[in-house]
Design a protein around this ligand. Structure first.
Ligand code: CO8
Length: 258
């Protein structure tokens, strides 16, 4: 089955998903979320893909959930459908690393989707925000939780209570994005970074991702214990042997992904 609202490509060992609903600034309608989930399923199952880049257009990564689609829903509609969280959470269950390459607006659900990815690289015109309060609702897919963990209570509270947007400079200063690049280099930079990750040992990359994510779910001592167990388990892999042997022999490792 094809896709209506996204473009899907394979660039070497990287899966590239481009949100493609330009007339609505990539507003996240149900069909788009469905497309995104299916693309991630396919990329997860594709052994040739080691990392994913999710991007939008230069004007908008995504301007939020589709307000026109949502506006007529009542409580029972959204409650019984578990609107819209069920589909979006597919991003958070993807085991392969996902980089969000964000230019332009990442608002509401768009900001939430970017924050569900493993890290965000921002174009210099990127703008982040949770403006739901200005249309009579609140973030519904982790915005109040993830934004607070990224930027701290004071900034998150101000943004959620007033709808104030954060530009790329402030987002980098606050830890929301890993770095800023010129807009015309955003995609190539994100693809290069993803390719670098895809060129490493697949199981070790998955383990590292699992451990960093664990830090959001548990206490420091439990997290450190978890990390140690996973660290020990890297010694059961062929790639740990290969990586360390290659270092000692001053050559590039040949990963077996085992
Ligand atoms: N939903 C639907 N359509 C949108 C959306 C949106 N979120 N954003 C933009 N559009 C449409 C506009 O209606 C317009 O369409 P048309 O040409 O048919 O009138 C087109 O995109 C272009 O938009 P603008 O003309 O407004 O473009 P501007 O450059 O003037 O403004 C803005 C850009 C500032 C981004 C502006 O479009 C805007 O404010 N958009 C809405 C931002 C917003 O409030 N986002 C939050 C949405 S709510 C949300 O995400 C809740 C998440 C909860 C998750 C629930 C899960 C359980």
């Amino acid at each position: 089955m094809g896709y209506e609202y996204i473009l899907v490509e394979k660039k070497e060992s990287v899966g590239l998903i481009t949100l493609n609903r330009p007339k609505a600034l990539n507003a996240l309608c149900a069909g788009l979320i469905d497309d995104l989930g299916r693309a991630l399923d396919d990329m997860e199952a594709d052994d040739d893909i080691g990392a994913v880049v999710l991007t939008g257009s230069e004007k908008a990564f995504a301007a939020g959930a589709d307000i026109k689609e949502m506006s007529e829903k009542d409580f029972m509609d959204v409650y019984l459908q578990d609107f819209i969280t069920k589909g979006w959470e597919r991003i958070t269950t993807c085991r392969k690393p996902i980089i969000a390459a964000v230019a332009g607006y990442a608002l509401g659900g768009g900001c939430e989707v970017a924050m569900m990815c493993d890290f965000i690289i921002a174009g210099e015109n990127a703008k982040f925000g949770q403006p739901e309060i200005t249309i009579g609702t609140i973030p519904g897919s982790g915005g109040t939780q993830r934004l607070t963990r990224f930027v701290g209570k004071s900034k998150a509270m101000e943004m959620c209570l007033t709808g104030r947007l954060m530009d790329a400079e402030e987002a980098e200063r606050s830890g929301l994005v890993s770095r800023i690049v010129p807009n015309d280099e955003l995609l190539s930079d994100a693809l290069k970074t993803a390719q670098q990750i895809a060129g490493l040992s697949r199981p070790i990359v998955l383990m590292a991702k699992e451990c960093v994510n664990r830090s959001y779910e548990t206490t420091l001592s439990e997290g450190v214990r978890y990390e140690r167990r996973v660290f020990h388990s890297t010694f059961a892999t062929e790639d740990q042997k290969e990586g360390m042997a290659a270092f000692a022999e001053k050559r590039q490792p040949k990963w077996k992904n085992r």
